[in-house]
Write a protein that binds this ligand. Structure first.
Ligand code: CMC
Length: 430
């Protein structure tokens, strides 16, 4: 703890609040006793100046474009590691030793199948449902099937619930895809790696052999690594808030999926790709840039800007490289959408409007093109994000449950509505 205090003065009264330092990053003013002492709340819509918890999982320096998981840089993990190692790191704090890696992979693999009755849940949904609607429903329904891992006070049950979700998410996501395209479900294959197995569950059909392309599997795995965790973003905060009431882990993750669905969060890569299609050709870019700058036009450049990164999103660089690897392997060298993307990026990052506001391409700018090349329809993009982010949500949820100071999350408000009014019977109302 820093030995400094912050002094708050209102009128003639002053109060002292401790300033606390983390291992890196801005200090925080600990105002936990503010209301008790001053009878006032803070007002911070969108939590732009609020640290909601203490955490040692992920660190972001948005100005420097740095993202660390347990101290490891995201580029290092994406280039040299793999997704299951990243899961181990996020959940247990360390990269696994060779023995731990083998054991962790086996434990995840053991849980890849779904309770067979769960497969019938899908048929209750319309075929044209958005796959995220299926994800919210099916992941929430895990609570009804795995009762033996919902006691959140038992560390072993918490661990089993965590492994179950990491293991079953690809199966649930692939089934959501198969259901919406009208193909039979493909069961997991435990001889394949995590990403390769997911690709085969999505793209294999019973009528023919399917061989996973290793370049595509590597790209998929890297996309999972890049999306694994991102500190206290909206969906993670949703998971923590849902979990703070003592709700079971499956229900909490379903809440995170619901939050992720929105276009300002996980839905942005779908929106970015749609936007690139709408622009169509590089000569139309100036028109769209002008619209993005026009305050009377709600249009924004999708895939640009970030609440935290006011510099290049470090994930976007790796995503761009992965995108090129996939397109090269598939022999797609002159993709018109990629041309628009490259040109748009070039123009926007030089434009004073974007420079002054620190608006750079975020991860979603390139992930949409890559996922499209891998064969996924746009409405699956957010599903893939939720699959990868599940480990981050779980790690953050566990950290919260294990924190002895944990309380139910309960923000307050600045009330601006009517004060007391007497009830008026319906026949007397005008
Ligand atoms: N296009 C044009 N102008 C923008 C954009 C954009 N994409 N993003 C922000 N601005 C402007 C905004 O109009 C404002 O201008 P001014 O100061 O003149 O009023 C200024 O930049 C600051 O914007 P803000 O809305 O206060 O910033 P925020 O931190 O609340 O918003 C954001 C962050 C990600 C919601 C926003 O940048 C955005 O809507 N981007 C497009 C959607 C997108 O790509 N989202 C993916 C985020 S990354 C994935 C994830 O982590 O979930």
């Amino acid at each position: 703890m820093a030995d400094e205090n912050a002094t708050l003065r209102i009128g003639d009264e002053t109060w002292e609040f401790p300033i606390r330092s983390g291992s890196v990053g801005p200090d925080v003013m600990d105002i936990g006793t503010l209301y008790k002492h001053t009878d006032r709340f803070t007002f911070d819509p969108g939590f732009t100046s609020t640290a909601s918890c203490e955490s040692n999982i992920t660190y972001i320096d948005g100005d420097a474009g740095i993202l660390l998981h347990r101290g490891y840089a995201i580029d290092d993990l994406a280039e040299h590691g793999d997704f299951l190692e990243t899961c181990h790191l996020l959940l247990y704090g360390e990269l696994p030793t060779p023995a731990q890696k083998k054991d962790f992979e086996e434990r995840v693999t053991y849980h890849t199948m779904l309770h067979d009755q769960m497969t019938r849940l899908y048929s209750g949904f319309r075929r044209d449902a958005h796959p995220m609607a299926l994800m919210v429903g099916v992941v929430g329904a895990l609570s009804a099937f795995y009762h033996d891992s919902t006691d959140i006070t038992d560390p072993e049950q918490r661990d089993i619930a965590s492994l179950r979700m990491i293991a079953k998410m690809p199966t649930i996501a692939a089934m959501a895809y198969k259901y919406t395209v009208g193909q039979p479900f493909v069961y997991p294959r435990n001889d394949l790696g995590y990403a390769a197995n997911f690709l085969q569950m999505c793209f294999a059909v019973p009528a023919e052999d399917y061989k996973v392309n290793p370049v595509m599997a590597r790209a998929m795995d890297r996309i999972f690594v890049l999306h694994a965790d991102h500190e206290q973003n909206a969906s993670t905060s949703t998971v923590r808030l849902a979990g703070s009431s003592g709700a079971n882990p499956f229900a909490c993750i379903a809440a995170g999926i619901a939050c992720l669905w929105g276009p300002a969060h996980g839905g942005a890569n779908e929106a970015a790709l749609n936007m690139l299609h709408e622009i169509g050709t590089p000569d139309r870019i100036p028109e769209f840039i002008a619209r993005a700058k026009d305050k009377n036009d709600p249009f924004r450049l999708m895939g640009f800007g970030h609440r935290v990164y006011k510099n290049y999103d470090p994930r976007a660089k790796i995503m761009q490289q992965t995108c090129h690897e996939v397109l090269n392997d598939l022999g797609i060298t002159d993709d018109p959408i990629l041309d628009v993307a490259m040109e748009l990026e070039k123009i926007a990052v030089e434009d004073p409007y974007f420079k002054e506001r620190g608006l750079y391409p975020n991860i979603d700018f390139y992930s949409g093109i890559t996922l499209k090349a891998l064969g996924f329809p746009t409405d699956m993009f957010t599903v893939l994000f939720s699959l990868a982010r599940t480990v981050g949500w779980i790690a953050q949820w566990r950290e919260m449950i294990e924190d002895p100071r944990q309380k139910i999350g309960r923000p307050r408000q600045l009330y601006t509505g009517e004060t007391h009014r007497d009830y008026v019977p319906v026949d007397k109302r005008k």
